[in-house]
Design a protein around this ligand. Structure first.
Ligand code: ADP
Ligand code: ZN
Length: 756
């Protein structure tokens, strides 16, 4: 035994990132001597696992060797520093517990793919004169024997600064071998410079220069809120403040002031927006303001290429960059000394991730702020019920800005009863008389209009007038949408396309009718109404082309478009001063969803959409078409009565003990065999109810509102409890001892936003 090499006595627990590993706990490995010094919690390491080499994150050190087996050795440390900071590690553990997922899934999500693969930064090579100086004779010989090398050398020596290698060789038309021999002699020297790929370059562009630099005086409202934020920041304690400011009240300016303060004091700032492509103006304004102070904001969103994402991550993790602007995934940016997190449009469902780990970015922002004793600002014109409830409970502070900047009036909202319109017009084009007049009027005045309709396609459905047959998606239980441009029926869930039948497949009748209105049909109506106007439609169908979105918005800003028609993707964040009319084609579309948030969504949509009108000097007008003119959310929105709406809505939620009064876990079972799915969810619910050790209300099981997506059947059960964490713990404990058929899968969605 004396011959044996002394083995190190240091052990670590590693969470393997291998997709197939599926381990809830870490595995123990031994740290070889030569890695002892660099080893730290949060390091990315390579480990042997089941005869393969895998990557893993070091979760913690273990003092003693395990008794029952002999641990294998860690092979390598991939990056020479912890890639998961101690703080993000805490966040990861919390996510795994709260959102019912495994730690490795959280780590996978936190780390850009390129980091997990151990990618290196991109480097440019610069060339400068070398340390070895050629003599006069050397130069003469070179001129005779290798004129190209001589030319290259003299060119470089004439430059004041190092020159980039690739363009240099290209320009002088000189081959790499000539270059290499000069470097080999030491007459030329190479410098390596890491390059930052810019994640905004693509998402944004010319907007940046057009954005005004601010420089105006703060309004009294803004002044007051800025002061509140200043105090919260100076206290150095964790706090959350809702900024409830009407559309156009100047929230962005307030965010900027807080950010500037933190950056000036050496801290870092995280700025979340629901979807980076939908907030180009906010992002551009932020960036140009920071630039004026010599700071670069890093973009962080899912559309970044691997290299860009890696560079963003690296800039942040090394501390080179202290501001991150991004969509929900930016909540995982490894910023140090984080003192301010801003969540713009905090009510947006886009903050919720709809795949595992199904986290809510806004809630993580609050939690992460608490880990850092930071200030979290939640901003919105239409805050979520969850946030308002937390304000009511005294957990969050609140600042209100009830007036628009320079006392611009909020737009007037007209409600048009479409039932009357349909009677009068004997059938309808989808555009009421009053909306048509409004559009004509704006065109004459050279003002701009926006029309919203949250339904793509030409009309919502195709129906047989004789037998009532409906074109339904073959693999998802929703109706197919008729698209006129390419003459197809398309399923918006699965993307399946079918030709438009000439005869009813059920009874052979030719009496086929298009029902409802889609954006395409509205576009056709508006073009017929205003033949000389520039009308452009913007929705997910036209937006598939890269950058089209940006160029349309630029055209609109420059006044080259009179009427912009779109789905809710254009409802938020846009600030166009010349828009004076906003039309809502079908204001109650969102009201009939099988979702307890349907009313809230309708109200928010109306207020946000209205918020696009009258942001310049001319007052704005909103025309909301509806078949339910007396519905609560419409009336409250028309009166701008936020308090009234929230009071009534909270009352409703309280009556049924819906969120925010309790937490909800939506447990979904899926499979291709409907009988099996329904059998197993029944069995599970019976089992869970019998063994549950905490008080929980169970609703269901029942088929999900969209029963079938891509041939997969979906059933769901709802579990309600006062707190999420104990409920999740209990459900996972029970689920671990419940055997499920291999053809059925299940997923828990904690605090779900999407109930379909
Ligand atoms: P919100 O996000 O609250 O809807 P914005 O931050 O987009 O509002 O501001 C609305 C408009 O008012 C923007 O064009 C902005 O440049 C401008 N603005 C903001 N603050 C002021 C101010 N103090 N004086 C003049 N204009 C302002
Ligand atoms: Zn028929």
């Amino acid at each position: 035994m004396a011959f044996l090499h002394q083995e190190s006595t240091c052990f670590v627990q590693v969470i393997p990132l291998a997709a197939g590993a599926k381990l809830d706990d870490g595995l123990t490995y031994r740290v070889p001597d030569h890695l002892m010094e660099a080893m730290a919690e949060g390091c990315l390491v390579r480990i042997p696992l089941r005869n393969c080499s895998e990557l893993g994150v070091v979760e913690k050190f273990d003092d003693a060797a395990p008794l029952d087996f002999k641990p294998k050795l860690v092979t390598e440390i991939v990056h020479p520093f912890p890639i998961i900071t101690a703080e993000l590690m805490k966040l990861a553990r919390w996510i795994a517990r709260y959102y019912a997922c495994r730690l490795d899934q959280v780590y996978e999500m936190m780390l850009p793919a390129a980091v997990r693969r151990g990618m290196a930064p991109r480097v440019t090579v610069l060339v400068q004169p070398g340390k070895v100086k050629p003599s006069k004779e050397d130069l003469d010989t070179l001129k005779r024997r290798a004129p190209k090398q001589a030319k290259l050398l003299s060119f470089v020596r004439d430059q004041i600064q190092p020159v980039p290698k690739v363009p240099l060789l290209k320009r002088l038309k000189i081959g790499v071998s000539s270059y290499r021999s000069l470097v080999a002699k030491g007459w030329l020297e190479e410098l390596f410079q890491t390059v930052q790929r810019d994640g905004y370059a693509d998402a944004l562009g010319e907007e940046a220069e057009e954005i005004q630099q601010g420089g105006f005086e703060l309004s009294p409202d803004q002044e007051r809120v800025v002061e509140e934020h200043r105090q919260a920041l100076d206290s150095g304690a964790f706090s959350v403040r809702l900024l409830h400011g009407v559309t156009g009240s100047g929230k962005t300016e307030v965010y900027l002031k807080a950010a500037e303060k933190v950056l000036a004091e050496g801290g870092s700032v995280l700025f979340l927006v629901p979807e980076i492509a939908l907030a180009p103006q906010t992002v551009a304004r932020l960036r140009s303001r920071l630039k004026a102070q010599g700071l670069e904001a890093v973009a962080w969103h899912s559309h970044l290429a691997d290299g860009e994402r890696f560079d963003a991550w690296r800039a942040v993790v090394t501390g080179a960059c202290r501001v991150v602007v991004g969509a929900r995934s930016a909540i995982f940016a490894p910023l140090r000394d984080l003192r301010l997190i801003i969540v713009d449009e905090e009510h947006e469902p886009a903050y919720k991730q709809e795949e595992t780990p199904r986290y809510q970015g806004r809630d993580l922002a609050v939690f992460r702020a608490s880990l850092n004793n930071a200030l979290c600002v939640l901003g919105s014109a239409t805050p979520s019920m969850e946030t308002l409830y937390n304000v009511e409970q005294g957990k969050y502070g609140v600042d209100e800005m009830k007036k628009r900047i320079i006392d611009r009036p909020l737009p007037t909202i007209h409600i048009v009863d479409m039932r009357m319109e349909v009677l009068k017009a004997k059938g309808s084009t989808g555009i009421s008389r009053i909306l048509a007049d409004g559009l004509i009027d704006r065109l004459e005045k050279k003002e701009q209009s926006i029309l919203f309709l949250n339904r793509r396609g030409f009309s919502s459905a195709l129906q047989c007038l004789d037998c009532g047959w409906f074109a339904e998606s073959p693999n998802s239980s929703i109706s197919m949408t008729y698209h006129q441009a390419d003459e197809v029926l398309r399923c918006h869930l699965s993307g399946v396309e079918q030709p438009v039948p000439q005869r009813c497949p059920q009874c052979g009748s030719t009496q086929m009718r298009k029902r409802g209105f889609g954006t395409q049909r509205i576009e056709a109506s508006v073009k017929a109404l205003l033949p000389r106007a520039q009308v452009v439609r913007m929705d997910a169908d036209t937006m598939s082309k890269k950058n089209l979105y940006r160029s349309i918005l630029n055209d609109f800003r420059r006044g080259r478009i009179d009427v912009l028609i779109g789905t809710q993707m254009i409802a938020k964040g846009l600030d166009f001063p010349n828009v004076t009319l906003v039309g809502l084609i079908d204001a109650d579309l969102s009201m009939h969803m099988p979702d307890f948030r349907a009313t809230e969504r309708t109200f928010q949509l109306l207020v946000q959409v209205a918020g696009r009108a009258g942001r310049g000097d001319a007052a704005g007008e909103v025309i909301a078409q509806t078949f339910a003119p007396h519905a609560g959310p419409l009336l409250f929105a028309r009166q701008n009565d936020f308090e009234g709406f929230y009071a009534e809505e909270l009352e409703q939620r309280k009556e049924f003990l819906y969120p925010p009064y309790r937490h909800l876990v939506r447990h979904i079972f899926r499979g291709r065999n409907e009988d099996k799915v329904s059998f197993y969810i029944d069995k599970w619910v019976t089992f869970a109810e019998a063994n549950m050790q905490i008080p929980v209300e169970v609703r269901g099981p029942a088929p999900a509102p969209i029963l079938k997506i891509r041939d997969t059947y979906r059933y769901q059960v709802w579990f309600f409890a006062p707190q999420a964490m104990p409920l999740v713990r209990e459900l996972r404990r029970l689920r671990a001892s419940f055997p499920l058929d291999p053809e059925v899968t299940d997923v828990m969605d904690v605090d779900p936003m999407n109930l379909s």
